[in-house]
Design a binder for this molecule. Structure first.
Ligand code: NA7
Length: 547
């Protein structure tokens, strides 16, 4: 501990929390339970975060509902009934609204209020927060629950202003839905979002044209109703299931293998049998978890990728189309492995066309459609499923200023710099929920969110109990952590793809692998160890003792 400072003045709140999605809601609950005064600011006019904004047709989580849910309250776990194996957006949103009511969270949430700036006042030792409503308040701690995929990437297409048809961004879908019946619709993008939207739109539109720049790997969800008996069985064993998930690689109930077998050592027939079983069972993360070296060993990756390509070829009747849909630009899993319901089958429909933008790039949007180097496609409506400024976008959209008035944008000019993805040197008393360089998007987000919220809430308790006014990531510990994150990523195939994990989808964004790939279980142990050692790697500044 060092640098005693004058007793800080009393702020308006102990904690300001930005965002009312899974992270912000649970953070509010935890700090309030601990007796802190907190205020949540949320830009939307309802709670839900990602699940408030992403209302596009087919929007669904790619983690099973019984796992993509809070584990902190056994009563909540037991009382909530999921209807499907993979939950649809309206069901998750209803769940989060239920949570907000059940834990009486709404009274401390300001909706339709976007935080625009947060500045650390060094003399007072508190954060000064401003909103787009002109509100100003102070808080000892600022917690960013702003989400990893919450800032949509602007569609950067020439001629967009000339297009006379309707345009829709999947991440800002009209609340009342859109009737595309009888229309000629285009979808730009073939990432996770587009792969969910395309089969739905194909069923409605007169004609659907899919504009594909990069083919992606997708695994069938095998979604369906969650039978009551199965749900009861899972609920009866929830504690064990959650314990397993907490220690797992991806935050799902799959145990880490004791002695993982290298995929290359598995006889082809046996590997094929395993992959067939996983394919029949459905689920993207279980496919990755079952072959742990698939993201490390090019040979293992090729074997699994070739299996998936075989499935695409077997599903899509037109061999030319099948080849276009077979990913060839990146190893399997190095762009997010998608989960689908009849994605590849959709290309067997007569009213669906696939346009290969690599062979025939977009030239411009015109008044009545989209022109590539090969043809003009007439369109009544165009859907952008073009992705997000991931991991750092929402944090950098706020004018966050730490010690010396230095902005987060300046500090992160060459990529994010964090200690454990929880805090950043130069920004005292600022916490990031599932910040860059934590496992976050590489796991079941709810498990990762709970782990971070619990860690932060315990930390605030500790600071209060030990009369510590300030906590800040120490630069050397941060540098060590970043080196570790990079070393783990470099030992995998992940940095090879031009993915949003490395910021490649946003022009000008520094290319840095932004998630920690060491697995949620090992990461949790590391965070717990840091806390047990009195927050090793953080600088703690005590409040002066009063006489
Ligand atoms: P993604 O995975 O970033 O996908 C965006 C898609 O849009 C992808 O296929 C892009 O092609 C394509 N894209 C983006 N800009 C363009 C332009 N200008 N022209 C043509 N195609 C373009 O975002 P999603 O929303 O699908 O998924 C994000 C995550 O949300 C997902 O992984 C889940 O975790 C939830 P590209 O690959 O860049 O060639």
């Amino acid at each position: 501990m060092n640098d005693p400072r004058p007793m800080p003045p009393t702020p308006d709140f102990d904690a300001v929390i930005v965002g009312a999605g899974f992270g912000g809601l649970y953070m509010l609950h935890r700090v309030r339970e601990a007796g802190f005064r907190a205020r949540v600011f949320e830009a939307g006019d309802g709670v839900g975060g990602t699940w408030y904004w992403n209302r596009y047709p087919g929007a669904r989580c790619d983690i099973e509902s019984v796992d993509y849910s809070y584990s902190f309250s056994p009563e909540l776990e037991q009382e909530w009934q999921w209807t499907e194996r993979y939950p649809r957006q309206p069901e998750i949103l209803a769940y989060l609204n239920h949570v907000a009511d059940r834990f009486d969270l709404r009274r401390d949430i300001r909706l339709e209020t976007r935080v625009t700036a947060a500045q650390f006042d060094e003399a007072a030792g508190l954060w000064r927060v401003e909103t787009d409503r002109g509100e100003r308040c102070t808080a000892r701690y600022c917690v960013m629950a702003t989400g990893c995929l919450s800032v949509p990437k602007a569609p950067e297409l020439p001629g967009i202003e000339r297009f006379a048809g309707a345009t829709y961004l999947t991440a800002a879908w009209p609340r009342d839905g859109v009737d595309l019946t009888g229309q000629r619709v285009g979808v730009i993008g073939t990432g996770s979002t587009a792969i969910q939207v395309i089969p739905q739109v194909a069923r409605q539109a007169a004609h659907l044209t899919v504009f594909q720049r990069t083919a992606n790997f997708s695994v069938p969800a095998r979604n369906g109703p969650l039978p009551e008996g199965e749900q009861q069985r899972i609920k009866a064993g929830y504690r064990e299931r959650r314990a397993l998930s907490r220690q797992s690689l991806f935050g799902i109930p799959v145990a880490l293998p004791d002695t993982p077998r290298r995929t290359r050592d598995i006889p082809p027939a046996e590997l094929n049998q395993t992959l067939e079983a996983l394919w029949a069972q459905g689920g993207a993360m279980s496919l990755l978890a079952a072959t742990p070296d698939v993201l490390m060993d090019p040979d293992a990756n090729t074997r699994v990728a070739e299996f998936v390509r075989g499935k695409i070829r077997a599903t899509v009747k037109d061999p030319r189309l099948a080849e276009l849909l077979c990913p060839s630009t990146h190893p399997l899993g190095t762009k997010r492995l998608c989960l689908d319901s009849e994605y590849y089958e959709t290309f067997n429909r007569d009213n669906v066309t696939l346009v290969d933008l690599r062979a025939t790039p977009i030239q411009t949007l015109t008044e009545h459609g989209l022109r590539t180097t090969a043809a003009e496609y007439p369109l009544d409506a165009l859907i952008f499923a073009t992705g997000f400024d991931a991991m750092t976008g929402a944090l950098l959209a706020i004018d966050i200023r730490g010690r010396g008035g230095r902005s987060l944008g300046e500090a992160w000019a060459d990529g994010p710099h964090t200690y454990l993805g929880l805090a950043s040197a130069g920004f005292p008393n600022l916490f990031l929920i599932t910040g860059p360089q934590s496992p976050s998007v590489f796991t079941n987000m709810v498990m990762s969110i709970e782990q971070h919220v619990d860690w932060i809430a315990d930390c605030l308790d500790y600071l209060r109990a030990h009369s510590i006014a300030r906590i800040e990531a120490a630069a050397p510990a941060q540098a060590d952590w970043e080196a570790h994150v990079a070393a783990v990523a470099d030992a995998t195939l992940m940095p090879q793809a031009d993915s949003w994990y490395v910021g490649a989808n946003v022009p000008g964004k520094p290319r840095v692998f932004m998630a920690y790939l060491g697995g949620l279980g090992p990461y949790r142990q590391r965070c717990d160890q840091v806390a047990a050692q009195g927050y090793a790697g953080f600088e703690l500044s005590p409040a002066p003792t009063t006489v």
